[in-house]
Design a protein around this ligand. Structure first.
Ligand code: HEM
Length: 416
């Protein structure tokens, strides 16, 4: 079978492939064509069904009772880490119905379009601090775009939302790298495995937020830590560990993803200078351009689900207990949904990408991410006179997040 020949390299799940080559679009295209529901039993640590079509991922995402997010949201490629003393509780993203909806309501109140309208000006103000830092360095230069803009931008916004003071932003950066990037040697604590690296980062994060929660209980404010500290489910206060895991999911989910959409979006503009000129000449294309960046970069490579009962899909039987992996970047190149899926088009319309997932667990921070990226590119795009890569990009070793660790660029700006 074609899928099996392709998968001999394990590329769609192999973190080493991602670090060396980026996304395996050829393998995904062949799987979509030849074997869209494909069982890969040679991933010793966790055999799984690879789901690569937009329609199938959409269907599974909308059946949260049949396909659970807990306990395994990620297909493990490394052996199971030894159980340590500290086992973090499940976060929102791993909860299943009916409890998931009750917990999700806590944060979704804060992220409705109406509530976000009130904080758009604040997000612009926080983002301006970062973007203006780059623009203030003169009208030409060389920099690592990740270090200057793509990484600090979401950290600043998430910190501001949570109520973390600027002096501690670097801690959030470090915790995100060590949890989502635990499989990358650059972030691994020497002498430990990825599981231990992530666990230690989570302990530090929990200790930090324990103090913040205690403070907000006594002195309520408008920030998210205060919201979680005072939240109730079924008329009862949230257990202390759940308050902390809520803080953790906001830190972890909101940083690395937006970082990579922003860095990957900038890389796409450099690789497509004609599209950059089009959006410079027509500001009405800014918003469609952001959506195209999200489709093009699809920063989450996969999330997994566990089937609760046998399920037929395209003639294959997914058995109860089987794992399925939803490959969002593959769905976002699906020829049945997107015209010219391999062309980056800033005026793409419609653009039904699922970079933020679909169904029950649709990204709670999607509008926050859009606001951050819109601000950054609205400020930067009109100023770009010339831009090119100043070296190769450095990728994260991960088959969960398509991370860009460094993106060296050389630029000339139009005068302000
Ligand atoms: C471009 C940036 C982002 C991308 C590509 C992204 C992607 C995703 C995806 C694919 C999911 C679905 C998970 C699933 O189906 O299992 C998700 C869920 C989630 N995201 Fe995002 N995300 C981004 C930014 C953010 C931001 C900025 C925040 C917080 C402010 C955030 C918070 C969350 C939360 C809390 C969930 C869990 C929702 C639930 O389980 O109900 N994300 N995200």
């Amino acid at each position: 079978m074609a899928g099996r020949a392709l998968m001999q390299n394990r590329e769609i799940i192999d973190p080493d492939f991602y670090v060396a080559h980026g996304y395996p679009h050829e393998a995904w295209a062949e799987l979509r064509r030849e074997s869209p529901v494909f069982y890969w039993d040679e991933n010793e640590n966790m055999p799984f069904w690879a789901i690569t079509k937009h329609a199938d991922i959409t269907q599974i995402g909308k059946m949260p009772e049949k396909f659970l997010s807990g306990p395994d949201l990620v297909i493990r490629t490394d052996p199971e880490p030894p159980g340590g003393e500290f086992q973090p509780p499940p976060t929102l993203i791993q909860l299943d119905p009916p409890i998931h909806g009750k917990y999700r309501k806590i944060v979704s109140k804060r992220f409705t379009p109406g509530a976000l309208r009130k904080i758009t000006a604040d997000i612009d103000r926080v983002a301006a601090q970062i973007v203006e830092g780059l623009l203030a360095e003169g009208d030409e230069g060389t920099c690592d775009f990740v270090e200057k803009v793509a990484a600090p931008l979401p950290i600043a916004v998430i910190s501001w939302l949570l109520g973390v003071p600027e002096s501690d932003w670097h801690l959030l950066f470090d915790w995100t790298n060590r949890t989502l990037g635990a499989g990358d040697p650059e972030y691994q604590i020497e002498g430990t495995d990825p599981g231990e690296t992530a666990r230690q980062a989570m302990i530090e994060l929990f200790q930090y937020f324990t103090k913040m929660v205690e403070d907000r209980k006594k002195n309520p404010t408008d920030d998210l830590v205060s919201l979680f500290a005072h939240a109730e489910v079924d008329g009862k206060p949230l257990p202390p560990m759940d308050v902390l895991s809520y803080c953790m999911i906001i830190v972890i989910a909101g940083n690395e993803t937006t970082r990579n959409a922003t860095a990957g979006g900038m890389a796409a503009l450099i690789e497509h200078p004609d599209e950059l000129r089009r959006v410079q000449q027509d500001p009405s294309l800014f918003q469609p351009c952001i959506e195209e960046m999200l489709r093009w970069t699809s920063p989450i490579i996969h999330f997994a689900r566990t089937a609760t009962e046998d399920f037929e899909l395209r003639g294959k039987t997914i058995r109860a207990g089987d794992k399925v992996a939803l490959f969002y970047p593959s769905a976002n190149r699906d020829e049945e949904v997107f015209e010219d899926p391999y062309t980056f088009r800033v005026d793409r319309n419609p653009n039904r990408h699922i970079a933020f997932g679909i169904g029950e667990h649709f990204c709670a921070g999607a509008h926050v991410a859009r606001l951050e990226m819109s601000y950054a590119f609205r400020s930067l795009i009109p100023r770009i006179a010339e831009i090119e890569f100043a070296g190769p990009r450095d990728r994260l070793r991960s088959s969960l997040v398509g991370g860009i660790k460094r993106l060296p660029i050389r630029y000339k700006l139009h005068a302000a």
